[in-house]
Design a protein around this ligand. Sequence first.
Ligand SMILES: Cc1cc2nc3c(=O)[nH]c(=O)nc-3n(C[C@H](O)[C@H](O)[C@H](O)COP(=O)(O)OP(=O)(O)OC[C@H]3O[C@@H](n4cnc5c(N)ncnc54)[C@H](O)[C@@H]3O)c2cc1C
Length: 386
Amino acid sequence: MLIHKLPAELLEYQKLAKDFAAREIARVSGKHDQSGEFPIELIKSAWEAGLLNMSVPEDCGGLGLSCLEGAVIAEELGFGDSGISGSIEASDVAQRFVIEVGTAEQKQEFLAPLMESPSLAGYAMDTGIRAGRVFFRRDGDDFFLNGKHNAIANGGVAEWYLIKAYEDRRELAASGDASEQELVGGTYFLVRSGEDGLNFDHRLETLGKRAHVISSARFEEVMVPAGAVLLGTGQAARIYNQSLVKTYPIIAAGLVGVARAAMEHALKYSKERQTFGLPISSFQGISFMLADMAKDIEAARLLVYQAAQLADQGQSCISEAVCAKAFAQDMAMRVTTDAVQVFGGYGFSKEYPVEKLMRDAKVGQLTDGTSESLKVNLGRQMVTSV
Ligand SMILES: Cc1cc2nc3c(=O)[nH]c(=O)nc-3n(C[C@H](O)[C@H](O)[C@H](O)COP(=O)(O)OP(=O)(O)OC[C@H]3O[C@@H](n4cnc5c(N)ncnc54)[C@H](O)[C@@H]3O)c2cc1C
């Protein structure tokens, strides 16, 4: 049955994250948005508060939080600042792949150390052509990665990275047996930072979520032992589907937090700002906008809770997870844009908080499945299930 009221333990996690956002994140949010500086101090504070890498299983020293628990926390941290919480969220996303399909050895090797000090994981998934490609070739028990990826979450600040790579077809192509361009054998590798041949060369300057580090990296004969391959070669699509049910609700919840922040600012401002002798909240044009924000946020949150709960119960829920993320990312963009509208000209000014939230929301529609690609995904599921 779907949760309508969060149980006491979950309310405690929610309070912990809410207090952290109000006490720690709010203090430095503007500074990091301006400078784009990686919030290393905040990562340390989050670790001390027990809010870092919370999904790491108990036998690896973590709390083993469920997807629903992770989502409730992600909303509060996203409310605080989705750029700062983006680093925490990205680490959680990378871990959840290892938790879902990793071996006991991989979990001990890659997840347990994340609990020992303030440290992060990062990831580079399957992205568009412009994001670059990483290829692998096998040599005995080892794999060698080559290529480039232009958008690695926590790139350069994480302990290890989940990297998707494809079979290197250059030799086959040279002998005329294959096309070099064909992408086959999609495989996830766990690659440690500091490996020879792994070089982060450029940090992306971004419009929003500016504290979240996205970097490009070159892979030049980066050696990965067979023990750091997730599930085996050619398993990336299967792993992605299995893991997205646990990661999409978390990412979507962060966007619900961004939208909620925008709505709260818009509501407050609309009650203060007067035109024609009345607060603008008394005008239907504005109150309808606020009402739409409230109902869309509520709907997105329920989709998140539904998807997270089904995932926690081990039920098949790819379409629910995709619906939650697709709805939340478009909702967050709509709500933050309307919040700017409620503020009028001031909404466009950096002196008020809503322009930042609109910039932060935009990236939700572009990453971990663009709005279009999620619709393609849902449409395919609908057509093939008939
Ligand atoms: C700030 C930021 C952070 C990122 N973080 C990460 C990260 O952590 N890890 C990672 O792996 N990648 C990351 N990326 C890369 C991101 O996932 C890609 O940008 C995204 O997958 C889109 O790929 P693309 O930019 O090549 O767009 P393209 O594939 O060139 O698409 C361009 C446009 O066409 C649309 N489109 C493409 N195909 C179709 C279709 N079949 N039908 C309809 N519309 C279509 C797209 O939705 C998009 O609107 C990040 C990017 C940014 C900007």
